[in-house]
Design a protein around this ligand. Structure first.
Ligand SMILES: NC(=O)C1=CN([C@@H]2O[C@H](COP(=O)(O)OP(=O)(O)OC[C@H]3O[C@@H](n4cnc5c(N)ncnc54)[C@H](OP(=O)(O)O)[C@@H]3O)[C@@H](O)[C@H]2O)C=CC1
Ligand SMILES: CC[C@](O)(C(C)=O)C(=O)O
Length: 329
């Protein structure tokens, strides 16, 4: 598998193009500002009335409607929540598409699951940063970049692949390296990662550890430090040098407990469930469930968010983090 870096990407492909970043949220604010700082002409399509509209203005853009932005652009970057992309595409973007335009995504959901079906005469590509949007911006301003995946779904101009690579450079991705993939592979692995490991698996693991200690009578603050706060420090060591690097830094006692007790926590049954989650992603069951959930006005998502915000790990954590002067508030 080849990694692509700055020297592999031709920024001249981005010159003379107008980029419309649709949505000024987590990814949108980062792509828009990074592209502009890389010398590109950027307009922002952001609905008025909210914080992100004000933020775009504060950052020196003159936000316009998604339809207006799509009309003036050569490259339309759809950085809206996945569940609203289909509607905005149908009403505002599709009617303003010109042959030869590029439609660019940061995640393949809507293309892979057929919620957006672009005409044949536009390029459809993806540049998906493997990190949260706020880091895509922060790391860029520090002179580095968040690694990205890139893919081509449709190449009407013959230059879609080179263009996607150049775009990855424009947002800083090739500073740390980008990998080629397909819309299918990115969509399925991304959904799996966030469900089973990064978000779903991690929060359930941390919360269960916290609950186990608190239910056994230990102070919630101690449980918070043990199960959540220290998680970052341990993950940083794994991130920097793999699991062996982390195990090098921890005590032999911790390492012995890691090898002998870890497999009792994340068991073969956990892995079997991971496989079932992956199957639901692959055969479209998760996508269908999420699409229907959104058609129902996100009723379950609202309820789950509210219940989760009341959990003691959040209330104790908020109090402790208030005392951590080094954290950005
Ligand atoms: N979050 C991340 O770090 C990552 C996201 N991605 C992908 O990037 C894409 C964007 O995700 P993300 O940045 O999280 O999105 P956000 O939820 O941060 O985007 C919110 C933006 O979309 C606008 N918006 C929301 N609803 C509507 C609507 N109904 N009509 C018009 N505008 C609307 C918001 O405007 P307002 O402020 O007015 O609500 C805001 O500008 C997705 O495809 C996602 O999968 C990929 C990698 C990582
Ligand atoms: C881990 C969540 C993520 O997949 C990401 C930041 O990469 C997302 O879609 O937000």
């Amino acid at each position: 598998m080849k990694m692509y870096y700055d020297s592999d990407a031709d920024m001249s492909l981005l010159r003379d193009k107008t980029f419309a970043v649709i949505g000024y949220g987590s990814q949108g604010h980062a792509h828009a500002q990074n592209l502009r700082d890389s010398g590109c002409k950027v307009v922002v399509g952001q609905r008025p009335g909210g914080e992100n509209y004000e933020l775009a203005k504060q950052h020196g853009f003159e936000p316009m409607s998604a339809a207006e932005a799509a009309k003036v652009a050569d490259v339309i970057i759809i950085l809206l929540p996945d569940q609203v992309q289909g509607e905005v595409y149908k009403n505002d973007i599709a009617p303003n598409l010109q042959p030869g335009n590029v439609l660019l995504f940061a995640h393949g959901f809507n293309i892979h699951y057929g919620q957006i079906r672009p005409p044949k005469d536009v390029d459809v590509v993806m540049v998906a940063p493997k990190g949260p949007g706020h880091l895509v911006r922060r790391v860029y301003t520090e002179g580095a970049g968040v690694p990205c995946l890139f893919a081509v779904y449709q190449d009407s101009t013959g230059s879609a692949r080179d263009f996607a690579l150049a775009y990855a450079k424009g947002i800083g991705g090739t500073r740390s390296g980008v990998l080629e993939t397909s819309f299918r592979e990115e969509t399925e692995t991304d959904l799996f990662g966030e469900q089973a490991v990064l978000c779903g698996g991690l929060t359930k693991l941390v919360q269960s550890g916290f609950e186990t200690l608190v239910e056994a009578g230990y102070q919630p603050e101690i449980a918070y430090f043990e199960c959540l706060h220290e998680m970052k420090l341990i993950v940083d060591l794994i991130y920097e040098g793999g699991m062996a690097n982390m195990r090098h830094s921890i005590s032999d006692t911790a390492e012995y407990g890691d090898f002998t007790r870890g497999p009792r926590i994340v068991t073969d049954e956990t892995k079997a469930e991971m496989k079932r989650c992956l199957e639901e992603i692959q055969d479209g069951r998760f996508a269908r469930e999420f699409i229907l959930e959104n058609q129902a006005g996100q009723a379950s998502l609202f309820a789950m968010r509210a219940r989760s915000a009341e959990h003691p790990i959040e209330t104790v954590g908020a109090r402790l983090r208030d005392m951590m002067s080094w954290l950005k508030k």
